[in-house]
Design a protein around this ligand. Sequence first.
Ligand code: ZN
Length: 139
Amino acid sequence: MADVHNKATRSYNMSRIRSKDTKPEMLVRKFLFANGFRYRLHNKKLPGKPDIVLPKYKTVIFVHGCFWHGHQNCRYFKIPQTRTQWWTNKIDGNIVNDQKAVKALKGAGWKVIVVWGCELKPDNKNTTLSGLKEAITGK
Ligand SMILES: [Zn+2]
């Protein structure tokens, strides 16, 4: 019984890690909406499929998980001890893709904002979100 429960909990957690509507992204979306910003989500036509697109401000926002996107010098980014090479390749690939997307978007005249998961922890999310507002409006 206990095992079954643990298994279910584990796969639930895994699905959450993989999910597009991750909690940090939801935080940003809720904040933007509450502040009157209107946006589109996961625009596949734009390089890197930005999580949030604000057409009015010609701005895109990526909300990056520190692990999957290899946030450098971040305590939430640690390559696992097992299958280390595989993970290194995987994360490095993500970083390269992210850099390409940012370059292409900027080249097309978009303002690109990256918000990291660790910047949305309870102790610093308010600072991050008010900074985000300024970054979008330029005020
Ligand atoms: Zn981080």
